[in-house]
Design a protein around this ligand. Structure first.
Ligand SMILES: Cc1cc2nc3c(=O)[nH]c(=O)nc-3n(C[C@H](O)[C@H](O)[C@H](O)COP(=O)(O)OP(=O)(O)OC[C@H]3O[C@@H](n4cnc5c(N)ncnc54)[C@H](O)[C@@H]3O)c2cc1C
Length: 404
């Protein structure tokens, strides 16, 4: 069988595989993206929030459905904390199918090749390269490459095949797309409480054309045997909020995992994991697009040199990734520690007390000044330091941050 050679094979043509394909192909490298489906961007499991900084990377503005200025956050007993300012954009809501297609198209325009209906069935890394057996449209092909990148999502084949570990946390998300919800224009809503989103929160996000995305997320440990769908139903029937949901009609539903917490080995000999495959999603919001873009950008130059020089051993890849990716891991661990302290490990009574403190005008001012969906740790630290009611948690937080 004829062998086809590429510098880099990327398993998975989602947003992160597409972005990696673009950056590497723009450097003149020969890149092949493998996508198991026959269409890019389907099926998707995503609320579609893309922060301005992530959007600025790919500039796929034509995929934006809505712009969002803030979040109306509801405490378990109904205390409302509005975060944001009318007219100041906080995040975009995109059509994920079109967003993924735009990113993958950029890779193809940069020169990367795309095989759809294609999955690897075997891969062996050796001194000379990686031999990848690919099933494409039911036919077998042999592809060799210098570097194999797994950008193949939460259940990554690459990660399992090369035994690279598991993400620290796996959240489960459930979401519907509905018509008939009447929300405040340009604002999303978040709902909390152990009966609707134990340890986490539920969301309602405007998604254009009079539709909204209603979702909940949590972990198996927090759900303790309950199904995530039952949490969603409890949100719709919650005594405080059920009136908002009486006129909705569901047009679609999705369920999917959110892997957060970098896996033990993100690299191996001639192998590397990116995006959800590596467990990059944020523990505070579940957002995985921005961190995945940053992950590849942060190592681009030395990685391209190593590909050109064909020095892609595990120690070299370790050297390239260590500083930037260790910093990302540290930030992720710190965000998780603060999230656990302020939200995930709190009873509804404790959360209600936090919400009363959050809703104080001076605290809201601080949140609006420092709050950044991209960087939750500085806000968490500022709250602990400056809000008297949170000071008693500060010592606990310091210990956790030291240990994280
Ligand atoms: C309910 C929910 C809501 C979310 N909301 C947001 C949000 O609002 N904002 C945000 O930033 N993130 C959100 N996320 C997370 C976000 O969807 C992911 O972090 C993001 O899609 C990761 O991109 P990726 O390219 O790494 O993986 P994926 O998007 O999963 O792409 C992987 C690609 O690889 C393909 N593939 C998989 N296995 C193989 C194989 N063996 N061979 C070939 N191809 C393969 C898949 O078909 C897919 O195209 C949400 C997740 C969930 C579950």
């Amino acid at each position: 069988m004829e062998r086809i050679h590429y510098d880099v094979v990327i398993v998975g043509a989602g947003p992160i595989g597409g972005r990696a394909g673009t950056l590497l192909a723009l450097e003149g490298l020969k890149v092949l993206m493998l996508e198991e489906h026959n269409e890019i961007g389907r099926p998707f499991q995503c609320a579609g929030l893309v922060t301005p900084s992530a959007m600025n990377v790919v500039k796929a503005y034509e995929t934006v459905l809505e712009e969002v200025d803030g979040a109306l956050i509801h405490g378990p007993s109904g205390t409302l904390v509005p975060v944001g300012t009318d007219g100041t954009l906080r995040t975009y809501v995109v059509c994920r199918k079109r967003f993924d297609q735009a990113v993958v198209q950029q890779a193809m325009e940069a020169g990367a090749h795309l095989w759809v209906n294609s999955t690897p069935s075997d891969a062996n890394a050796n001194e000379d390269g990686v031999d990848v057996t690919v099933q494409r449209n039911g036919e077998q092909h042999l592809v060799t490459c210098k570097l194999l990148i797994g950008a193949d999502g939460a259940h990554s084949w690459t990660r399992r095949h090369f035994k690279m570990g598991r993400p620290k946390e796996l959240m489960i998300g459930f979401q519907t797309e509905v018509v008939g919800y009447e929300g405040r224009s340009r604002w999303l809503e978040m709902y909390s409480g152990s009966d609707i989103a134990p340890g986490f929160f539920a969301w309602v996000i405007p998604s254009g054309f009079d539709t909204h995305r209603i979702g909940v997320w949590s972990t198996a440990e927090h759900l303790n045997g309950r199904s995530i769908e039952s949490c969603y139903n409890d949100l719709l029937n919650h005594p405080l909020w059920q009136d908002r949901f009486t006129n909705i009609n569901e047009v679609a539903r999705y369920v999917g995992p959110v892997p957060s917490g970098m896996v033990r080995r993100t690299i191996g000999n001639r192998v590397m994991l990116l995006g959800d495959a590596a467990g990059m999603a944020k523990p505070t919001t579940g957002g995985g697009i921005g961190p995945g873009f940053h992950q590849i950008q942060s190592i681009l130059k030395p990685l391209v040199n190593a590909i050109r020089e064909d020095t892609l051993t595990q120690p070299t890849l370790k050297k390239i990734t260590k500083k930037p990716w260790d910093a990302m891991k540290k930030e992720q661990d710190r965000a998780r520690a603060l999230r656990n302290l302020l939200v995930s490990e709190c009873s509804d009574e404790q959360l209600d007390t936090h919400f009363l403190n959050f809703s104080h005008p001076s605290t809201l001012e601080l949140i609006n000044e420092i709050g950044d969906i991209e960087k939750p740790v500085p806000l968490g630290m500022a709250l602990l330091k400056n809000v008297p009611a949170f000071r008693k948690l500060a010592l606990k937080a310091s210990v956790r941050l030291l240990l994280s």
